[in-house]
Write a protein that binds this ligand. Structure first.
Ligand code: SF4
Length: 988
């Protein structure tokens, strides 16, 4: 039996031969003047279905072969929901059965261009999943007891509305919280909560990308980079962006194009990821040393003068830096350059080599390659190192230092601020900012946190800082996803801390088992959302829609509620939130209902057709005209094609002159910031960005003066790129105001003898966080997570071979996994993928995924919690015959349970990397075992909290947080004021 590698080589040879035969056949057919593929649709199989045939696309049945049996499809676009890339999908809706047969790529989508990863087509598994939740459920016994009864949507809505109405009218707004995992849309939930007057938005971002975002935000006032990979000369990736990173498929295809054009790819990843295998330079650094490498490259650029002086002079806030930090020094660029030359002199290649373990000569060679990129240097860093380490936000801040030195900012082949390449259409209703501040999400200890301190919620509830009356999770599984999941379970099962817990979810999960209500929501082809993401130098809007609703409307039916087309009583959130809001405020007296009312028919509920119809008609430039050209309304056009490109090649927005009409009578500060009383021009684009504060006279920032012209600049306090962050300097962290290097909590100097570093932040490209368990193709592709360990370490630790059981011991417990001996990991470091180790409790064994969720026994004794797998997955009968063919039983281990919380004191990011001990398992250990002492987790939490600098002691202006920093749901200005009593950090 050949191994997989041999099979792959054979397949490649076969494909090559097939390609030659196809080419020969095409040539012969064309020579005869015939259409090459005389199939049912008269289009070559390798081509996308042309859009003019989407109403009746014909394919032959593969099962009927050799008979030519035709299938007639209506092709309906939607947007994939299985990662944040928002690729276009085309649903193949059978015209006879009105059922979706498959999903393929949407060639009309400008971001994904018809291509998808494995997770896109696997949407069909989610739709047909035999274990999915089809009806609203309410627990019928004790919370977490495993007894459920089916209820109606009316019962659920009325119960939730009554609780929320009481909380709001009694002034308990902060007892309402909606906690999001995959957002999958641009701002809808935030607006619902703003309409309720509640600061209740919570996200998963501080266990995901806050570290990466914070470093970019301090520079640009915008928290996401938008690399123009396709046109780059050098692509510099920290972690595996080609394979699984942010905007994975849209970026991967553009990186591939660039490589074909000769671009060099540099990958920093301690693990040999699939991306690293495609790199020209793979650097496997000691975890946490990435910023030191970036700084050594930056130092090289400065030392050798290979930086873009003109760009630095025009766009860095060096004058602010000199004024604040070098009083007495002339505020000239030449003086700044002299200081700059010394600032990074210590970051030699030898220093970076000592920190990273990578040879200095290799680093020097890479630095030369980077220097040669000029302004065609594209880069990205998102999770990975920025999410793993104390001070990880400096990884992206030092990465952007390289871009900013090269002048590779918003250039062809460079890296843009995402706001230049993203378009968020203004909606029909925009509620005001809520007047309250949620300290459970935005605690005073973290005034500069990039996002909500979501993963600390159990500890804050245990501290008695507040309680929750009504807590929603939405495509989110905090018990499984977060570190310290058993502390989550402890508070979610405590009705004094969480009064009512509602899970909005398409699938059962480890958290939903402890809910009071489980409410079924649709997958990517069963719900509405709009999207726009930065994937190249252009702006587009994508439309997710319930494809059967669109198909049946195209056939002339009237659909008024998405439940009419979804399986069972599966709903979508937009209609759910509207209905819930009406029931909270049935007569409109609370001021809530107005944000869910029709404009066309006052006094009636806003429908999704009107919501999106208004948006596409009024807020997407160019779309009405384009639609009219085809005799369609903008909504009809989007329902038919799924995505619209608004602009392409916008270039350097910051260099645009501000029109005189927007400036009025401007006031210009000595360092060039421009303020005005004139009203800002209304824009249909409401893409999130920093919102710099007005000047003391209340004038709004309107631009920045550069070489005598007033340009749009960046949404930072200075209007320029903030090499020196006045925000970090004035909010208690002056020592980190410049791009720099913070030694990680897993720096070798912090490890006890014998400890290794565990990387847990990577994922496999075929997994979808908590929803992949309900996708059988993906389950078959990857279903376990062995611990990567270098043979040198394995030999030293007495681990004999791949498959041996090992114990990995963290600060609060241990997990038992299988070892995978590989040279694809740096010695001294081990790695274990997340997404695996899914479980369901024995009492809940009838619900969950039969293919990926093992049955577990969870017990607590004096030593803490213990989880043991009692029944592994295997073949079983269900509505899907494929479940009888499940050939695997190993579904990995849930490592995150054993991680304590590590909040970075500045960004608030959970620092995922763990210092661990690894040893052969004990004789009684079993694969998947987890042991955790949540009392120890409390101690670790307190230790990290002690490192914070609370707003009460560092705020320069009596507010909780700099108002210009981004916040998904921003309260009204008054709510930013520190509480009168309040010194922060004196609680808990
Ligand atoms: S990259 Fe894959 S999972 Fe992500 S949106 Fe695209 S097709 Fe879906």
């Amino acid at each position: 039996m050949p191994d997989r590698h041999d099979q792959g080589a054979g397949d490649g040879a076969d494909l090559a031969a097939l390609g030659r035969r196809v080419s020969a056949a095409r040539a012969a057919a064309e020579a005869r003047g015939e259409t090459f593929y005389p199939g049912a649709s008269r289009v070559h199989l390798a081509a996308f279905p042309p859009r003019e045939r989407w109403d009746d696309w014909v394919e032959l049945s593969s099962r009927a072969w050799p008979a030519r049996e035709e299938h007639h499809y209506m092709l309906v676009p939607t947007t994939c929901f299985n990662c944040e890339s928002a690729c276009g999908l085309l649903a193949y809706v059978d015209r006879d059965t009105r059922r979706v047969r498959k999903f393929e790529g949407n060639p009309e989508h400008p971001g994904s261009r018809g291509r998808n990863c494995a997770k896109g087509p696997a949407t069909i598994n989610q739709v047909t999943d035999p274990d999915r939740i089809l009806y609203p459920m309410k627990r019928s016994g004790p919370r977490g007891g495993g007894s459920w009864e089916r209820i109606t949507w009316d019962e659920a809505l009325d119960a939730l509305a009554a609780r929320i109405r009481a909380a709001i009218t009694e002034g308990r707004q902060n007892e309402i919280m909606v906690h999001l995992g995959r957002p999958g849309e641009d701002g809808y939930t935030e607006r619902v909560l703003a309409g309720w007057g509640v600061d209740g938005h919570n996200s998963h971002t501080n266990v995901c990308s806050s570290g990466g975002r914070a470093g970019f935000q301090f520079w640009m006032g915008i928290d996401r980079p938008s690399p123009d990979h396709a046109n780059a000369r050098v692509i510099y990736l920290i972690s595996s962006h080609l394979e699984t990173g942010h905007y994975f498929n849209p970026h991967a295809q553009r990186i591939t194009e660039a490589r074909a054009n000769g671009a060099k790819v540099i990958v920093l990843d301690t693990r040999l990821s699939n991306t690293a295998t495609h790199a020209d330079y793979w650097l496997s650094p000691q975890p946490g040393s990435e910023a030191a490498i970036n700084l050594a490259i930056a130092s090289h650029l400065i030392r050798t003068g290979r930086y873009d002086r003109e760009f630095v002079r025009r766009w860095w806030n060096w004058a602010d830096y000199l004024t604040a930090c070098h009083p007495g020094t002339p505020v000239t660029f030449e003086a700044f350059e002299q200081i700059l030359a010394g600032l990074y002199a210590e970051f030699t290649f030898e220093f970076a080599a000592a920190e990273s373990g990578i040879d200095a000569a290799v680093l020097a060679e890479v630095a030369d390659v980077v220097a040669g990129a000029g302004s065609r240097f594209s880069c990205h860093s998102w999770r990975s190192a920025a999410a793993g380490n104390l001070g990880g936000w400096q990884v992206s801040r030092t990465l952007f230092l390289i871009s900013a030195l090269l002048g590779a900012v918003a250039t062809e082949g460079g890296t843009f601020p995402n706001a230049w390449n993203k378009f968020v259409p203004r909606p029909i209703h925009t509620p005001p900012h809520p007047g309250v501040w949620q300290e459970l999400s935005w605690p005073l200890e973290f005034p500069l946190a990039q996002n909500e301190l979501s993963f600390l919620l159990p500890h804050f509830l245990k501290d008695g800082r507040g309680k929750l009356d009504t807590y929603f999770i939405r495509v989110y599984n905090p018990v499984w996803t977060n570190p310290d999941g058993l502390s989550w379970m402890e508070v979610l099962t405590d009705e004094q801390k969480v009064g009512c817990f509602a899970a909005l979810t398409p699938t059962w999960n480890e958290s939903a088992y402890f809910a009071d209500y489980v409410l079924p929501m649709g997958h990517g082809s069963e719900r509405h959302d709009t999207h726009s993401y930065e994937q190249y130098d252009g702006q587009w809007v994508g439309f997710r829609q319930p494809v059967l609703r669109a198909a049946r409307q195209r056939l002339g039916e009237t659909i008024t509620d998405t439940r009419q087309v979804n399986p069972g009583e599966v709903w979508e959130e937009n209609e759910f939130w509207t209905e819930l809001s009406w029931r909270i405020d049935p007569d409109g007296s609370m001021g809530i209902r107005q944000y869910h009312e029709s404009r066309a028919r006052p006094g009636h509920k806003l429908t999704v057709d009107e919501y999106y119809g208004w948006m596409f008609e009024n807020s997407v430039p160019g779309l009405p005209k384009r639609a009219a050209a085809e005799g369609l309304t903008p909504l009809e056009w989007m329902r038919r094609y799924g995505a619209f490109e608004i602009s392409r090649g916008g270039g350097a927005w910051h260099e645009q002159e501000v029109p005189a009409g927007e400036l009025g009578d401007p006031v210009i500060t000595p360092t060039g910031r421009v303020y005005t009383d004139a009203p800002a021009a209304a824009s249909p684009n409401i893409v999130p960005a920093g919102a710099p504060a007005p000047d003391p006279a209340g004038r709004r920032p309107a631009g920045v003066q550069v070489d005598g012209k007033i340009l749009r600049g960046f949404p930072t306090p200075s209007g320029r790129l903030e090499f020196w962050s006045s925000t970090l300097a004035s909010w208690g962290w002056p020592e980190h105001a410049l791009p720099g290097y913070i030694r990680s909590h897993v720096h070798p100097s912090q490890l006890a003898p014998g400890q290794l570093v565990l990387l847990s932040t990577f994922r496999l490209p075929t997994q979808i966080h908590t929803r992949s368990a309900n996708s059988k193709w993906l389950d078959e592709l990857s279903h376990t997570n062995p611990v990567w360990i270098h043979p040198h370490d394995a030999g030293r630790l007495g681990i004999q071979q791949t498959g041996d059981l090992i114990r990995v011991e963290t600060e609060i417990g241990y997990f038992v996994a299988k070892a995978w001996l590989t040279q694809g990991i740096r010695p001294g470091v081990v790695a274990c993928s997340h997404h695996m180790g899914r479980w369901k409790l024995a009492g809940h064994a009838q619900v969950g995924s039969g293919g990926m969720m093992a049955t577990a026994d969870l017990r607590r004794d004096a030593g803490g919690w213990g989880l043991r797998i009692t029944d592994r997955v295997g073949p079983h009968e269900s509505a899907d015959p494929d479940t009888a063919r499940i050939w695997w039983s190993d579904t990995g281990v849930h490592q995150n349970l054993t991680f304590p919380v590590h909040p970075d004191p500045i960004s608030g990011m959970h620092c995922w990397h763990q210092a661990v001990r690894v040893r052969p398992a004990d004789p009684g250990d079993a694969h998947g075992d987890v042991s955790v002492d949540t009392a120890k987790a409390r101690a670790v939490y307190r230790r990290w909290m002690a490192e914070t600098r609370p707003a009460g002691s560092v705020s320069p202006d009596g507010t909780r947080r700099p108002s210009w920093l981004m916040r998904p749901l921003k309260p009204a200005a008054a709510a930013f004021q520190l509480p009168a009593s309040g010194q922060a950090g004196d609680r808990g």
